[in-house]
Design a protein around this ligand. Structure first.
Ligand SMILES: *[C@@H]1O[C@H](CO)[C@@H](O)[C@H](O)[C@H]1NC(C)=O
Ligand SMILES: *[C@@H]1O[C@H](CO)[C@@H](O)[C@H](O)[C@H]1NC(C)=O
Ligand SMILES: *[C@@H]1O[C@H](CO)[C@@H](O)[C@H](O)[C@H]1NC(C)=O
Ligand SMILES: *[C@@H]1O[C@H](CO)[C@@H](O)[C@H](O)[C@H]1NC(C)=O
Ligand SMILES: *[C@@H]1O[C@H](CO)[C@@H](O)[C@H](O)[C@H]1NC(C)=O
Ligand SMILES: *[C@@H]1O[C@H](CO)[C@@H](O)[C@H](O)[C@H]1NC(C)=O
Length: 666
């Protein structure tokens, strides 16, 4: 009996998967419950598994995969513009909650799209054709990643025409017919979901509807956007999918697909869709409660011992509030730090910057640490700040200095970092007595820092803006790798809003012009600072050199001048004595200029910067227009650079000090 049932089942599957053959004459409608027999044109790393599962990409980085229906579909005058389609997809991220870049259902004049690039371009566009009406591309994107350049949000569905700045977008939710409310969905949960796309030529409405697999089509669409397709689609178009991965990646799958040009697309047979390959997600889920339990035990233990210490010794008095109990494992006791740094001996000071002194310490485990003492009187925003600091402790990247934990005392915050044996980069760049770095080392440091910053901007579950990139915040580890430190610390001063003023933390010479106006830090203001940093490393000079000749006061201006005189290499660090790779030096300086563009939108993203530094993409021509670079409307900037009384200026020994600009109060 069981065998008969099984063979019946098998026959059913065979029957269903043979359906496409029945439509052999009518190329404008098809249904694929699995793609074993499908007429698809595959491109990039797309492939079809033996079980019929269509995989557009795997988790390899910076790849794209496309699958288009082989035959063109007639739109426009010959046929109507209406169409209806639905498909089941799944995005299995490389790590839980860390995946991208997304899938786009696409209607395009060609199935080749040979120039489409990976990452945020979803395999559809490149830098030069994005946004052009001549593309004739309609795409419905399923995009878990926030892209600043397209002004979108994370975890969203968007309707795109000829580019990726969505006509309309919405967070991934579905309307539950039973509960009569929206329920959110995480696109990169790894679970299969279904999407319906319906366009009616008469209503001129494009409806996009999302739901988990096995949930019937919601009665209310996620997006219902008025759009006149007649200008967008041509008479003969191809339909299909394009997916890409970037620094973050996912396996992108399509399980089944139904398309109809002459009526409602038939529903897929969910039970006969191919299965996704097993992945480890479930196992991890079971581990979590145990881990949580362990953390709670550790937290309780540390809290108990911590409070015991608190009462025992006033000398080691700390500030500890109820809300901190959840950060137990990240909290260091003041006593242990006191011991580790030999009582914060002056001899153990390894650095001193705008935020405070840094001490070297050795834990009982023999682990070396760096302890930063930041004086901070305001209680306001402390809770948010500590929450942020603790979550940043989870950032892991070989070009970031790891934050191990924190400790609080009255009027003081202590931050504990990995110890970096070679100290900060600026000491190598500016201390003439020490050996300086050769070009190979400098270039490697630049690329490392770029990749660390890219990770902060795009590689993590939330965007982290560094806010204070400069040579003194780049530390060198035992292998002379550059590592960014102090990320997010500037934030502390942002929270500090006890008056009507807004503080902008940062360092003169690295502050993007718009930052001094708006006070809003973005990834583009980081890119600006990184540009100044690149020039600094290449030229061996600070962004603003008050001691120098007047024409060399502002580094960007000077490099720009050398460049416009056709001799950019003149600005290179004389201590290198010409020992560098000319192409790399010129690249770094030109890229530094490009990042210093006064218009934030004209600056490349860190991802682009990385591509340029890796030589994957050629640098575009720099416009010959001095007003676009560095030269911030001079009187205003120089005012603010030269008249310290209006600013709170700290006693940083270096010329470039951390300043807070008082905004609004004047
Ligand atoms: C991804 O797919 C490509 C092409 O099929 C293959 O070469 C590569 O090894 C795969 N990578 C992973 C991580 O599965
Ligand atoms: C971008 O794509 C267009 C075709 O749409 C192609 O002509 C152009 O060369 C591509 N540009 C780059 C930089 O790849
Ligand atoms: C559900 O979400 C969509 C898209 O964001 C929105 O247009 C709609 O108003 C929401 N409906 C309800 C009941 O909240
Ligand atoms: C799109 O959704 C709207 C609002 O729910 C509905 O009135 C319209 O009939 C739908 N159109 C199509 C083509 O599904
Ligand atoms: C749609 O666009 C076409 C071509 O521009 C135009 O002829 C037509 O009138 C438009 N339809 C509506 C309803 O705007
Ligand atoms: C397409 O629509 C027509 C008319 O509603 C219907 O008869 C046909 O079964 C549909 N085909 C598919 C593949 O959805």
């Amino acid at each position: 009996m069981a065998t008969i049932l099984r063979s019946l089942h098998l026959m059913m599957i065979l029957y269903i998967s043979s359906i496409p053959l029945n439509f052999a004459q009518d190329e404008s409608q098809f249904i694929y419950n699995g793609f074993s027999q499908a007429n698809l044109y595959l491109d990039g790393i797309a492939k079809i598994h033996p079980n019929g599962l269509l995989q557009l990409t795997n988790i390899s980085h910076q790849q794209f995969g496309r699958a288009f229906y082989q035959f063109p579909i007639k739109f426009g005058t010959i046929s109507s513009l209406s169409f209806s389609t639905n498909f089941v997809f799944a995005m299995v991220p490389q790590k839980p909650k860390l995946g991208g870049h997304g899938i786009a259902f696409t209607i395009s004049p060609s199935k080749g799209l040979t120039h489409g690039m990976a990452s945020q371009f979803l395999g559809l566009f490149n830098f030069s054709n994005i946004g052009l009406n001549s593309n004739h591309i309609l795409a419905i994107e399923l995009d878990p990643v926030k892209s600043l350049e397209f002004e979108d949000i994370g975890n969203h569905v968007g309707i795109d025409v000829n580019g990726l700045r969505s006509l309309e977008l919405a967070p991934a939710v579905y309307y539950s017919n039973d509960e009569r409310r929206n329920i959110s969905l995480e696109l990169i949960s790894g679970n299969p979901m279904q999407l319906w796309i319906d366009y009616d030529e008469v209503e001129k409405l494009l409806n996009v509807t999302l739901a988990p697999i096995r949930t019937p089509k919601p009665s209310s669409p996620l997006l219902s956007t008025p759009i006149n397709l007649s200008d967008i689609v041509l008479e003969s178009m191809y339909v299909g999918f394009s997916a890409s991965t970037g620094v973050v990646a996912s396996d992108h799958y399509i399980l089944g697909w139904s398309f109809n040009k002459s009526g409602q697309a038939q529903s897929l047979d969910i039970s006969s869709l191919p299965k996704l390959p097993p992945h480890k997600k479930r196992k991890e889920k079971q581990v979590v409660p145990i881990r949580d339990l362990l953390i709670i035990v550790v937290v309780v233990l540390i809290t108990i011992t911590g409070s015991a210490c608190y009462f025992r010794r006033k000398k080691y008095e700390e500030v500890r509030e109820d809300w901190e109990s959840e950060y137990g494992t990240h909290r260091f006791s003041y006593k242990s730090l006191h011991k580790a740094t030999k009582g914060f001996k002056a001899k153990e000071i390894i650095g001193e910057g705008g935020f405070g002194k840094v001490y070297r310490g050795i834990l009982p485990s023999n682990e070396q640490i760096a302890v930063k003492r930041v004086s901070h009187n305001s209680q306001q925003g402390m809770k948010e700040f500590v929450a942020e600091i603790v979550s940043m402790g989870r950032l892991r990247h070989r070009n970031l200095v790891r934050l191990l934990g924190y400790c609080r005392r009255k009027g003081e915050l202590l931050l504990i970092y990995d110890y970096m044996p070679h100290g900060s980069l600026d000491r190598f760049l500016y201390n003439n007595g020490r050996r300086h770095l050769n070009w190979l080392q400098r270039f490697r440091i630049l690329r490392g820092v770029a990749s660390g910053l890219l990770y902060l901007h795009e590689g993590w579950e939330q965007i982290v803006i560094h806010r204070d990139i400069k040579a003194s915040n780049v530390l060198l580890d035992a292998e002379m790798n550059g590592r960014l430190g102090d990320f997010g610390l500037a934030r502390l001063y942002d929270h500090d809003t006890n008056s009507q003023t807004t503080h902008v933390a940062g360092t003169a010479g690295y502050l993007a012009p718009e930052l001094t106006r708006t006070g809003r830090a973005t990834t583009y203001t980081d890119v600006y600072a990184f540009g100044a940093f690149m020039l600094e490393v290449a030229c061996g000079r600070r962004p603003i050199e008050r001691m120098g000749k007047p024409e060399e006061l502002v580094l960007v201006d000077w490099v720009f001048e050398c460049w416009s005189n056709g001799d950019i290499l003149r600005a290179s660090d004389p201590r290198l004595e010409g020992n560098y790779v000319v192409e790399e030096m010129a690249l770094v300086m030109k890229l530094g200029l490009l990042c210093s563009h006064v218009n934030p939108a004209a600056r490349p993203s860190m991802r682009r910067v990385m591509q340029f530094l890796d030589g994957d993409v050629d640098l575009p021509n720099i416009p010959y227009d001095s007003a676009s670079f560095g030269k911030v409307p001079s009187s205003e900037t120089l005012d603010f650079l030269w008249s310290p009384p209006s600013f709170v200026q700290s006693s940083d020994p270096s010329m470039s000090s951390t300043i807070s600009i008082l905004k609004g109060g004047r």
